[in-house]
Design a protein around this ligand. Structure first.
Ligand SMILES: [Zn+2]
Length: 334
């Protein structure tokens, strides 16, 4: 196995869901503490899901287990350790804060505990971080407003956005994201993974997204591809996740090389790492092996991730020497 990350400059991890990055061993302990049945086949994390039903079941289990402030705090601290262990310098971690808050009858608690844990873990392990609050397209517009309210209360929340089933339109949420941008927050939506170019068009024009969570189906529309390239909208590509969820037949057949050949800004990410047994280091290694990419290619991807991040310019400059001297990346709006 190639281990190219040792030769890479610092890398930013832009698309990773905290709930899908919890160690299975930790989840099993938390389940015991909270009196929740934990399936034996998931102890040790050896299970690999084989269907969407499995995926949803595992997601449901994670939600069931995380209940107390200490649970959220612990997984956030461990998340920092795990990111640093895989070579990540800066992370933008997605968290579905309002869903947990509503489930537990205390809207602010889960996010407050996660922010505390990230502060502690980031300090202890030397990780720079910010948070993206996502909300599912399948859920109510009211929940999206509550998500925005939470985001506005914490300066380490840098962005909000839509995740979940892309067959549900973004348009009903338009006012939420217009206000988010008014408030100085960034916006980033999942689009162009399960659904086609129309979902990307909607995420850009109506949802005001500044990056594309996935976005791999942009290539189905040459005009849209040209627009995304010209506007400098980065793609958060998560190849192993795409394969695991059945959107792409195999890693070797992933459109990653075609996305890069089209001149798009591509970043590599894990999305749901503990669910699919991957790491960011593993994604870089797999891409190098599958596509014959050199360390220069991988360094380009790493630099693109820092450039595409919502990190403070000072953080970017530290992570990417020379970045401060360049014009900041500002997406252009139609
Ligand atoms: Zn995702």
């Amino acid at each position: 196995m190639v281990e190219p990350m040792t030769e890479l400059p610092p890398v930013a991890h832009l698309h990773v869901h905290l709930e899908s990055a919890v160690r299975w061993s930790t989840l099993a302990e938390i389940a015991t503490d909270n009196g929740i049945d934990f399936p034996d086949h998931l102890r040790g994390g050896a299970h690999r899901f084989t269907s969407f039903t499995d995926f949803f079941d595992q997601n449901h289990l994670v939600r069931e287990c995380l209940r107390r402030p200490a649970d959220f705090h612990r997984v956030a601290v461990e998340f920092c350790a795990d990111q640093v262990a895989q070579g990540v310098s800066y992370v933008e971690v997605s968290f579905t804060a309002a869903a947990h808050g509503e489930r537990l009858g205390d809207l602010g608690m889960p996010l407050a505990a996660v922010l505390d844990g990230l502060a502690e873990g980031g300090e202890r392990h030397g990780l720079e971080w910010n948070v993206i609050l996502d909300t599912s397209r399948r859920r109510s517009v009211e929940r999206a407003w509550r998500t925005l309210d939470l985001a506005r209360k914490h300066d380490r929340v840098v962005a909000v956005g839509l995740a979940g089933d892309e067959d549900h339109p973004a348009t009903p949420f338009a006012a939420v994201f217009a206000e988010a941008r008014e408030a100085g927050l960034h916006v980033v939506h999942h689009a162009g993974e399960a659904a086609g170019p129309a979902s990307i068009r909607e995420a850009l024009d109506v949802g005001l997204t500044e990056r594309l969570g996935h976005g791999i189906r942009v290539l189905d529309d040459p005009d849209l591809t040209a627009e995304v390239r010209e506007r400098g909208i980065p793609l958060e590509v998560c190849p192993t996740s795409n394969v695991a969820l059945g959107f792409v037949p195999s890693f070797a057949e992933h459109p990653l090389p075609r996305l890069r050949a089209a001149g798009l800004t591509v970043t590599l990410n894990t999305d749901i790492p503990e669910m699919i047994h991957t790491t960011l280091r593993g994604e870089f290694a797999a891409a190098a092996e599958a596509f014959g990419w050199t360390s220069a290619d991988l360094a380009d991807l790493a630099r693109a991730s820092v450039d595409a991040s919502f990190a403070h310019p000072g953080t970017k400059a530290r992570l990417m020497p020379g970045a401060a001297a360049r014009a900041p990346r500002t997406p252009s709006w139609p």
